[in-house]
Write a protein that binds this ligand. Structure first.
Ligand SMILES: [Zn+2]
Length: 233
């Protein structure tokens, strides 16, 4: 069983809080296991909990014409899921889908709002994170329009590795097609090219990154833009 370490939060937003604020918050945070393909919210659904991922990964998807889903953002240990609550909007505009199995710390919406209003530091951190997430979302919109699938796949894999701190993860072609906004055949082709160049191995939904440097050479410039923004924050 996962036992939260009261002194060393693995989520960067929580880690940025002064010890006093963090220790008060930890009593209200509950560790939860998030499982691959679990949906935390649907668009328009009331937000019951906010989530601070520690080693899990959550994908934010926009739905188009009821059945097309496109990833517009990724949230891992650098962020929080349910950020619209920090703008006092109680519903989610996106589907939040667990993309990487792992742990998160969660807090009920009412408690979160109370803490958010009382803690200057938490408020400042979440405003900064909201800005970073907005940048990630706008960069992703431009990326989907201008960059080729192979470069986008490489970027997605690097972002996933950074957040999960693992070079191996589960990923079906169907999910990957949603992540990249392309048909499965496009995903298969791009994954095959990366595999032929020995950058990844991919079999039965398991992806392993074999050559991170090589992937950095293939990915588009959007990767470094979003990474450096999070690092600089
Ligand atoms: Zn790009």
């Amino acid at each position: 069983m996962h036992v939260p370490n009261r002194d060393a939060p693995a989520n960067s937003l929580l880690a940025a809080l002064p010890r006093k604020d963090y220790r008060r918050l930890i009593d209200e945070l509950e560790p939860v296991a998030l499982t691959y393909s679990e949906v935390l919210y649907e668009p328009g659904e009331k937000i019951k909990y906010v989530y601070f991922p520690t080693n899990s990964l959550v994908s934010l998807l926009t739905l188009v014409d009821q059945h097309h889903a496109l990833e517009v953002g990724l949230v891992g240990r650098e962020g929080m899921v349910g950020i619209s609550l920090a703008m006092e909007i109680g519903v989610s505009p996106v589907r939040a889908l667990v993309q990487g199995t792992g742990m998160a710390m969660r807090m009920g919406a009412a408690l979160f709002l109370k803490e958010f209003n009382e803690s200057n530091v938490l408020r400042r951190e979440l405003h900064r994170y909201t800005y970073n997430l907005m940048t990630q979302i706008t960069q992703t919109a431009a990326c989907n329009r201008f960059h080729v699938v192979e470069a986008r796949l490489a970027r997605w894999l690097l972002m996933t590795q950074d957040r999960m701190r693992s070079s191996q993860f589960l990923l079906t072609q169907e999910f990957l097609a949603q992540m990249l906004g392309v048909r499965r055949v496009g995903v298969t082709r791009a994954a095959r090219t990366l595999q032929e160049n020995k950058l990844i191995s991919y079999s039965r939904g398991n992806i392993t990154i074999l050559d991170r440097k090589g992937l950095e050479g293939v990915c588009c410039s959007c990767y470094a833009i979003v990474r450096d923004m999070h690092d600089a924050a």
